[in-house]
Design a binder for this molecule. Structure first.
Ligand SMILES: [Zn+2]
Length: 159
């Protein structure tokens, strides 16, 4: 394929040096630019646990590569190409299949909504249950007290 982009790492005059990162393309709307999202894991000392964080890096997307949304790409650090770009897409590691992407994306969203609804209702149920159990406990407590009194009386009688 013909590529006349001077900012292309393969056909232009661009030198790639520094970090080489991988991530998924979240936006390819701007001309010759992609927003690459990386999932990172950060340690939180207070809770002694790990936290998932995201980072987005803008990268130049030459015509000969033409990465699209959902593609898993490798990007390399270069000189500053614009105000927000200092990376360039080197390679598409895994292409996002457009058909499967749409097909899988919709049911997932529905499932998430359902789960959220279930969570809400579940919490309500829990509250109701808690109230019921409290009532039951109070009743039981009274009974128990009565029982204990009876037991005490019974013990006294035995003695
Ligand atoms: Zn090129």
């Amino acid at each position: 394929m013909q590529c006349n982009d001077p900012k292309c790492p393969h056909h232009g005059h661009l030198k790639v040096r520094g970090n080489v990162l991988t991530g998924t393309v979240k936006s390819a709307k701007a001309p010759k630019t992609v927003s690459v999202e990386r999932i990172l894991v950060k340690y939180v000392p207070k809770y002694e646990r790990y936290k998932k964080t995201k980072s987005r890096v803008y990268a130049h997307n030459p015509d000969c590569i033409a990465a699209k949304e959902g593609d898993f790409v490798t990007i390399g650090e270069t000189r500053k190409l614009s105000k927000t770009k200092s990376f360039v897409v080197l390679k598409i590691e895994k292409k996002a299949d457009a058909e499967t992407h749409v097909a899988t994306a919709i049911p997932e969203a529905k499932n998430i909504k359902k789960e959220k609804v279930e969570e809400k209702t579940g919490k309500k149920k829990h509250k109701e249950n808690a109230e019921k159990t409290e009532e039951a406990r109070e009743e039981k407590g009274l009974h128990e007290k009565k029982d204990s009194k009876n037991e005490k009386n019974a013990k006294k009688e035995k003695k």
